[in-house]
Design a protein around this ligand. Structure first.
Ligand code: HEM
Ligand SMILES: *[C@@H]1O[C@H](CO)[C@@H](O)[C@H](O)[C@H]1NC(C)=O
Ligand SMILES: *[C@@H]1O[C@H](CO)[C@@H](O)[C@H](O)[C@H]1NC(C)=O
Ligand SMILES: *[C@@H]1O[C@H](CO)[C@@H](O)[C@H](O)[C@H]1NC(C)=O
Ligand SMILES: *[C@@H]1O[C@H](CO)[C@@H](O)[C@H](O)[C@H]1NC(C)=O
Ligand SMILES: *[C@@H]1O[C@H](CO)[C@@H](O)[C@H](O)[C@H]1NC(C)=O
Ligand SMILES: *[C@@H]1O[C@H](CO)[C@@H](O)[C@H](O)[C@H]1NC(C)=O
Length: 326
C-alpha cells in the first residue's frame, strides 16, 4: 500500500519534472538539429532590412500580435480558408505587414533543414534581429516554440488590446498573459518606432464622444496640426502618420517624451499617464540613460516571447507559414 502510494508520488513528481522541461524554451534550441538556422535568419535580416527599415516596426508589431492571440505560435501568419476567417483578416484597415519577409526566411531555413524550425520562432527571431539591425535594443530569444493550427479572426478582435483601452483594461489584458504594469509601459515603448494609419486614432481628432469633439487628453495644438496636415479626413485609412515625428526608425526615448507632452497617438498611450505609478515610471525612464530603457525593454520582450508557447509535442512545425500541415 505505502509502497504503491510512494512510487505513485515519484511518478507524479517525475511527470511534473518532465512536463516542466518540455515547457521551457532554451537559447540555441536548434544548435543540434539545425545549427546554422539562427545565423541564416540573422544574415538574411541584416542583408535586407536596410532596404526597408520600416519593416522592423512591422515585424515587432507582428510578434506582439502573435503572442497576444493563442500565445506565440505563428497563428498570425495563417491564411483564411473557405470555412475559416483567420486573424490576418480581422483588421482589414490596419493590416500587419511583413508576411512576405517571413515567408522568404522560412524557405531559406526549410532549404537548410526541412521541417525543423517553427514559424513561431522565425517571427520572434526576425523581430529581434530587425530591431537590432536598425540600431535598437537587443533581447534574448530562447527558442523551441511550435506552431499552432488555429487562427480565428473573432479571437483576434477580442484579444488584441484596443486603442481606446483605459489603464484598467490594458492592465487586465497584460496580466492575463503574465505581464505587469511595468511591462505595459516598457512594451508600449515600441511605439517609439513606426507609423499609424489616421483611421486608428482619428476619433480623438474628430468625434471623441460622438458629438464632433476632440479628445481633451490630446494636446490641442498637436491635434490641430494633425487635422490640418495629416489626417484631413476622419475615415482616411491610407495616410500613415509617424508615431514619433522625425524619428520613426530610431528606437529612442522619444515616445515617452511625447507621452508627457500629451502627443502620443492612441488613447492606450495616453492611459499610461493617468496613473501615478505608470506616470512616474515614464518619468524615470526619461531620465535615462537610453541603455536603462533598452535593458528593461529586453526583459519585457523576453517575457512577451514566452506567452503560452507550445513546446515539446504540442502543435507542429509548419512546412509553409501560411497554412497548417495537411
Ligand atoms: C498596449 C496596447 C497596444 C495598442 C492599443 C496598440 C495599438 C497600435 C495601433 C493601433 C497601431 C497602428 C496600426 C496602424 O494603424 O497601422 C500600432 C502600431 C505599432 N505597434 Fe502597437 N499597440 C499596443 C502595444 C504594442 C506592443 C506591446 C508592441 C510591441 C512590443 C507594439 C508595437 C507596435 C509597432 C512597432 C507599431 C508600428 C507598426 C508599423 O510601423 O507598421 N504595440 N499599435
Ligand atoms: C478604406 O476606406 C474606404 C472608404 O471609407 C473603404 O471603401 C475601404 O474598404 C477601406 N479600406 C480598408 C482596407 O479598410
Ligand atoms: C472563433 O472564435 C469565436 C469566439 O471565441 C467562436 O465563437 C467561433 O466559433 C470561432 N470560429 C471558428 C471557426 O472556430
Ligand atoms: C475602463 O474601461 C472599462 C471598459 O470599457 C470600463 O468598464 C471601466 O469603467 C473603465 N475604467 C475607468 C477607470 O474609466
Ligand atoms: C460622430 O459620432 C456619432 C455617434 O457615433 C455619429 O452619429 C455622428 O454622425 C458622428 N459625426 C461625424 C462628423 O462623424
Ligand atoms: C476599421 O475597422 C473597424 C473595425 O473593423 C471599423 O469599425 C471601422 O469603421 C473601420 N474604419 C475604416 C475607416 O474603414
Ligand atoms: C496566403 O495568402 C496570401 C495573400 O492572399 C497569398 O499571396 C499566399 O500565396 C497565400 N499562401 C499560401 C501558402 O496559400
Amino acid at each position: 500500500m505505502g509502497g504503491t502510494r510512494y512510487s505513485g508520488i515519484i511518478i507524479l513528481v517525475l511527470l511534473g519534472f518532465l512536463g516542466s522541461i518540455q515547457a521551457q524554451l532554451v537559447l540555441g534550441f536548434y544548435s543540434k538539429n539545425c545549427p546554422r538556422a539562427e545565423k541564416i535568419i540573422h544574415n538574411f535580416v541584416n542583408m535586407h532590412i536596410h532596404n526597408a527599415p520600416s519593416l522592423a516596426a512591422a515585424l515587432l508589431r507582428m510578434h506582439f500580435h502573435d503572442c497576444f492571440i493563442r500565445g506565440c505560435d505563428a497563428s498570425v501568419l495563417l491564411n483564411s480558408t473557405s470555412n475559416n476567417q483567420a486573424e490576418k483578416d480581422a483588421f482589414p484597415n490596419l493590416s500587419l505587414r511583413g508576411f512576405d519577409f517571413v515567408d522568404r526566411v522560412k524557405s531559406l531555413v526549410e532549404a537548410e533543414c526541412p521541417g525543423i524550425v517553427s514559424c513561431a520562432d522565425i517571427i520572434a527571431l526576425v523581430a529581434r534581429d530587425s530591431i537590432v539591425a536598425t540600431g535598437g535594443p537587443f533581447w534574448r530569444v530562447p527558442t523551441g516554440r511550435r506552431d499552432g493550427t488555429i487562427s480565428n479572426s473573432t479571437e483576434a478582435l477580442n484579444n488584441i488590446p484596443p486603442t481606446f483601452g483605459n489603464l484598467t483594461t490594458l492592465q487586465k489584458q497584460f496580466s492575463k498573459r503574465g505581464l505587469d504594469l511595468n511591462d505595459l509601459v516598457l512594451l508600449s515603448g515600441a511605439h517609439t518606432i513606426g507609423v499609424s494609419h489616421c483611421s486608428s486614432f482619428s476619433n480623438r481628432l474628430y468625434n471623441f464622444t460622438g458629438v464632433g469633439d476632440q479628445d481633451p487628453s490630446l494636446d490641442s495644438k498637436y491635434a490641430a496640426n494633425l487635422k490640418a496636415n495629416k489626417c484631413r479626413n476622419p475615415n482616411d485609412n491610407t495616410t500613415k502618420v509617424e508615431m514619433t515625428p522625425g524619428s520613426r526608425n530610431t528606437f529612442d526615448l522619444g515616445y515617452y517624451s511625447l507621452l508627457l507632452q500629451r502627443r502620443a497617438l492612441f488613447e492606450s498611450d495616453a492611459a499610461l499617464t493617468t496613473n501615478p505609478t505608470t506616470k512616474s515610471f515614464v518619468t524615470q525612464l526619461l531620465q535615462g540613460p537610453l541603455q536603462n530603457f533598452y535593458d528593461k525593454f529586453a526583459k519585457s520582450m523576453e517575457k512577451m516571447g514566452r506567452i503560452n508557447v507550445k513546446t515539446g509535442s504540442i502543435g507542429e512545425i509548419r512546412k509553409q507559414c501560411a497554412v497548417v500541415n495537411s
